[in-house]
Design a protein around this ligand. Sequence first.
Ligand SMILES: *Cc1c(COP(=O)(O)O)cnc(C)c1O
Length: 368
Amino acid sequence: MRTWAEIDLDNLSHNIKTLKKYAGNKEIMGVVKADAYGHGAVEVVKAMSLEGIKNFGVACVDEAKELRANGIKDEILIFGCTPIEEWETAVKLDIQLTLASFEEIKMIEESKIYPTVHVAIETGMGRIGFEIDDAIEAIKYIRSKNLANIVGVYSHLSSADVAEEDEYTKTQLKKFSIFEEMDIKYRHILNSAGTLKYHDLTKSNMVRAGIIIYGIRPCEGDEHEFKPVMTLKSKILFMKKIKEPKFISYNKRYLAEIGELIATIPVGYADGLNRKFTNLGTVLIRNIECPIVGTVCMDQIMVRIPRELHDTIKLGEEVTLYWDNYNEKASSIGTIAYELLTTISSRVERIFIKDGKIIGKRGLLGRE
Ligand SMILES: *Cc1c(COP(=O)(O)O)cnc(C)c1O
């Protein structure tokens, strides 16, 4: 293997068990959009099912289809708006859709498809959904004409992860509260940060948890309570001792000095290792942080091996690219852990581990 992501399903189970303490008697919807934040949606859903999770959230019809094609029969909701021409497919596969506008109501009325929907409410995210009064009117209208099966009503918090925005988040929760009493199966507003911080402040009966299930905290708090599920790894496949000063990688951004040992690792921005890590990132070799030197290439990076390892380091040695430091790594290049995870590309093999053993693999050419 060249570069791979180890997916620790035991940590995933641990995270769900821990999250249940916050969710209390609210149901947990496992958010598995974007290939379960890069972890592998089918395997993750199966592992979540073992922890009793029965609702899943995705971003588009194809993601939902992938789950159905792999035998997953649970409830699946598509977040966000779905193009009109895809509604029928979704309905046939028993996939729940988000209903967010009067235009969509008109469309289902004309097309005579009878979808199962969650009505989206705009409370402060500024993305999609009905304003409060419109939502009440829309729900009444749909029910009076029996245009859809409404199984959910939901909203999304914009800033639950930001401590300074506590008041804003509370305003959103308050706006949503009138829907919590409605006779609708699922009423939900909390994401991961919301579940950790605001579970006591809403009578909603389901939470939508993504990042925290993957073991990464979206907000302040105990860093060890949740355990990262993914570890991104690669190996050293080439090394050179610098005999005279030498530029490393594209555009001469690093000058290696005599005596340095430079290793080449087969991972690059096409694998998802952001090019902004040029001369900035670090990797872990035998538990020692080593700097990435020079420009991150499409398929390779170079790192400087510290003196203490010069005598013993060998080709084939394992290199860890992301371990428990997603938030730190992300903020060093001005992004969030979500983006680091979801940009890990399909050519990075996913290795699924349970009870310390490999139970499956998924690479570019499929599963084994
Ligand atoms: C992605 C998403 C979530 C999950 O957010 P996390 O911060 O990962 O918990 C929840 N709800 C909606 C609508 C989303 O799009």
